[in-house]
Design a protein around this ligand. Sequence first.
Ligand code: SAM
Ligand code: SF4
Length: 483
Amino acid sequence: MQEGTLLAGLPRIDAGADARGPRRLFVKSYGCQMNVYDSQRMADALAREGFVAADQPDDADVIILNTCHIREKAAEKVYSELGRLRKLKDGAATAGRRVMVAVAGCVAQAEGEEIIRRAPVVDLVVGPQSYHRLPDLLARAELGGGVVDTEFPAEDKFTVLPPASRAAIRARGVTAFVTVQEGCDKFCTFCVVPYTRGAEVSRPVVQIVEEVSRLADAGVREVTLIGQNVNAYHGAGPDGRPWTLARLMTRVAEIPGIARLRYTTSHPRDMLDDLIAAHRDLPQLMPFLHLPVQSGSDRILAAMNRRHTRADYLRLVERLRRAQPALALSSDFIVGFPGEGDQDFRDTVGLVEEVGFAGAFSFKYSPRPGTPAATMESQAPEPLKVERLAVLQAAIDRRQAAFNAGCLGRTFDVLMEKPGRRPVQLVGRSPYLQAVQALAPPQMIGQVVPVTIVEVGSNSLFGVVNEASGRTRPEPLAAVPGA
Ligand code: SAM
Ligand code: SF4
């Protein structure tokens, strides 16, 4: 989960530029990587209309909040931000400047007109399937009255949205997300995604290959293919037949310049045989998999409509590790789901130990309006959720610390991404997405270099570039204590 502002990728101008100069855009992104990607695509669409990046909301003519609806807290954050923006907008109006506020993303999709009723500061509400209409919608919103577009239009937004400029790609760095699939048909009983993002849709292979080729041409070395349920990918191939995610990745791996591939987020039910085999056969595919399990209790998994059991999950992990012994796993967990008893919870903590996750996200169950679990009996009291979250998080932290400690002395291929904390330092990512700091010249940004880990910190690993080692894959995890 990420939250951040989106500045990279748009041309910049000085804060003091002429008020009649280019209009300035500020995008704040909440939630998952899919929102980060969408925010970039919205910025690309408005760059075409002459927009430049504002450093902060106070300097912007248009402010977009790209929102997340997955948990109640995420949606409430948006309303508090809108309260702050009302003051900002009123202040700008007093100074004779018009500021437009737009709400995009899953809160926009779920709440539609209600947002403008509750927060009249908002000029435009735009759902995730209508981003290609953004320039027109903004023009309409400027006429006043509030505009809402939460349709699931017939046209494919990806064929209309303009590609990022080379300058925008370069400003965003050497790694990139590419959405290949949207929506979800799984209907887990706790989840709003099938309602806010709609049914599963996959982009055609040719469209994805074109986009990744543009990214690679501009210097991107690592691509993460993303989707709400990415391994359900079934986009049309150039042969007119549906391709699996594994087949798509094999094609994307052939694009010159692409050194590393990742994919997220996957559902255990959709881990097909060819995807498991890709972890063995595709050297560009990083040996790190985010595979949400949600609970270690079969009773709760059934109530969640996850359509897999604890044993199914463990079997899957075993098959994946057999295919790729260097594989490490992370996961998502929900605590305090309706009806979760002490034993169910112990089973979840036990699963963390049994699998030995290298990391995981854990969340308190948050009832989402319109989902089946929200009206189930035996909703857990908040203090119980808080207590269980702390216990589970401690178990996850212990496993993560053991995993990181096991990296000491090992040599990893690290993709150098950007300047580090100190002047002659670069920071990159290990195959396991750990931040690695190492002394290295700036020319190494964008290169994959072997780095031997000499110190394990709380947030990053510290290493020494070790060109002589010639490693191309990490050592199998069997060698790592605590894995
Ligand atoms: N598609 C992915 C999957 O099936 O695991 C997850 C997508 S969801 C954006 C990310 C995570 O948010 C989920 O894995 C789940 O742990 C958490 N989540 C979703 N709905 C939730 C809810 N109502 N309360 C708490 N956590 C929730
Ligand atoms: Fe939500 Fe993931 Fe379940 Fe789909 S598979 S309903 S996105 S948790």
